[in-house]
Design a binder for this molecule. Structure first.
Ligand code: SAH
Length: 213
């Protein structure tokens, strides 16, 4: 979709007004076309700041939340990043413009296949998308500089914290799916873990095992 300049301006304005102020994050969010990660009539709503339905009963996150999470993750050009919850692939495409390599996993094979096709079509070559239960992380690729969860865990999974490099950052929603969740940032230091609460959010739950689709 060839998005009009005024729609993009409004989109960026909405992101800034919700606290997405990092220039690099705003630049990549201007470049990545959210409509290409949506289907049917939802494409027309791509530049509204709202979550929207995708396949397998899942959702593409609200752009301002994607921006705030990306900003909190402080991704640098040499980083190896792990995302749990590929969904549409939109967040992974944004991370891929900021990092050296992105590994993204989803429990639905269908979502991973569709996201891979979109990455190929858009010539994004630094994303490895895999069907897996992300709560186990990707031990064979660990340690990661950054880990992002786009599904809510009750607590930060210790398996994933173990796969984070010292000095690394993990951003995730925590709390039960039917209640208000907190978006938190965990920094792994030489001596332990620092926790910071960023805001309240609402995400689908991190579920065990693979999906049916
Ligand atoms: N980041 C996505 C939005 C993800 S919605 C985007 O940009 O579109 C959350 C996703 O987490 C869903 O697709 C869901 O299938 C996935 N998910 C939930 N539990 C999971 C688990 N244990 N392992 C991998 N993916 C999981």
């Amino acid at each position: 979709m060839n998005v009009g300049a005024d729609i993009k301006m409004q989109f960026l304005f909405a992101l800034r007004s919700k606290g997405v102020t990092d220039a690099r994050v705003l630049t990549v969010m201007e470049q990545v076309d959210r409509a290409s990660f949506l289907t049917g009539l939802f494409k027309d709503r791509a530049y509204d700041d709202m979550p929207l339905p995708i396949a397998c009963g899942q959702t593409i996150s609200q752009p301002s939340i994607v921006g705030l999470m990306t900003q909190a993750l402080d991704v640098q050009p040499r980083h190896k990043v792990l995302e749990i919850g590929t969904g549409s692939g939109y967040q992974a495409a944004i991370l891929a413009k900021l990092a050296r390599r992105v590994y993204t996993v989803d429990r639905f094979k269908r979502l991973v296949t569709e996201a891979k096709n979109l990455f190929d079509a858009q010539n994004i070559s630094n994303i490895t998308a895999l069907t897996a239960d992300g709560s186990h992380g990707l031990p064979e690729q660990a340690p990661f500089d950054r880990i992002l969860l786009t599904a809510a865990a009750e607590d930060p999974p210790s398996t994933l914290l173990a796969q984070l490099r010292i000095g690394g950052i993990m951003v995730l929603p925590v709390g039960q799916s039917d209640t208000v969740q907190s978006l938190i940032r965990v920094t792994k230091t030489q001596t332990g873990l620092d926790y910071e609460e960023l805001r309240t959010v609402r995400f689908v739950p991190l579920l065990e095992g693979l999906g049916q689709d």
